[in-house]
Ligand binder design. Structure first.
Ligand code: 6PG
Length: 252
């Protein structure tokens, strides 16, 4: 275990399987603690490929049988503006990897309706749903218990891509974001709401992320270029879960 320049916890695992297992154990333990205390557990999940094994693991009997699903509300960190059954849909990936296999009430999974033509209205309704579920007023940033983020090899996280408009968003919890290099709209949770979470875990795997990870964690701060550096929870904790290949260029 090490700490990055800004004090975040950095854990390096042998491979993606070990990393996914640690994430699943933490998810399940926190969910049980919350259920024991009689409060709902709220988490937001990322898309992309890295967390798929983690979601599949949560759906196996080893975790699924003891996880208090009825007490859990799951949100999405971001979604691609495609139909929900598109191969590019993050929701489709999460549903197939996990939701189809677990006894969670469908209404407890909060899907970003990113296929809607009116992306502003879809974003505003999602923000309202998030506030209502976690019990935040319009004047507060909603606090999720746990947030899983990924990082692209260009330094983006959620759908906060380098140089895009959503990096500057300071007033809305959720907003559409045009990503020129992908020629695609996304809908994403914004920096203030990501930083309001009680616990944030970045999951990064693979040698192709190693150089960007070194820059994000150990180079000077340049968040317009490296949006992952925007994440530093104000009243929460931040951890980086890495596999050995992703961590290979970090100096300890
Ligand atoms: C998405 C994500 C995104 C993801 C990173 C890393 O919609 O793509 O939610 O922010 O976490 O792009 O993706 P990989 O895990 O596929 O490398």
């Amino acid at each position: 275990m090490m700490r990055d320049k800004r004090g975040a916890n950095v854990r390096v695992f042998e491979d993606l399987e070990a990393l996914s297992r640690a994430a699943a154990e933490e998810f399940s333990n926190l969910a049980k603690q919350k259920a024991g205390a009689g409060t709902a557990f709220t988490a937001a999940l990322s898309g992309g490929s890295t967390p798929k094994e983690f979601y599949q693991l949560l759906a196996t009997p080893e975790f699924s049988a003891t996880t208090p699903w009825l007490n859990i509300h799951l949100f999405q960190v971001d979604e691609r503006c495609v139909p929900a059954d598109s191969p590019q849909s993050n929701y489709k990936m999460i549903r197939e990897a996990m939701l189809d296999q677990i006894p969670m009430a469908l209404s407890n999974f909060h899907r970003i309706p990113a296929e809607e033509a009116d992306r502003e209205s879809a974003s505003d309704r999602y923000a309202a749903d998030l506030r209502r579920t976690v019990g935040a007023s319009q004047a507060q940033w909603p606090q999720l218990d746990l947030l899983y983020l990924g990082m692209g090899d260009d330094g983006h996280t959620a759908s906060l891509f380098p140089g895009t408009a959503a990096l500057e968003e300071n007033t809305r919890a959720v907003c559409p974001n045009w990503v020129e290099k992908l020629s695609m709209w996304r809908i994403t949770l914004t920096r203030p709401v990501l930083n309001a979470a009680a616990r944030v875990i970045f999951m990064v795997s693979g040698a192709q992320k190693a150089e960007m990870l070194r820059q994000v964690l150990q180079d000077v701060r340049d968040s317009p270029r490296f949006p992952a550096q925007l994440i530093h929870p104000e009243n929460g904790t931040l951890a980086w879960y890495l596999d050995r290949s992703a961590a290979s260029l970090l100096s300890s």
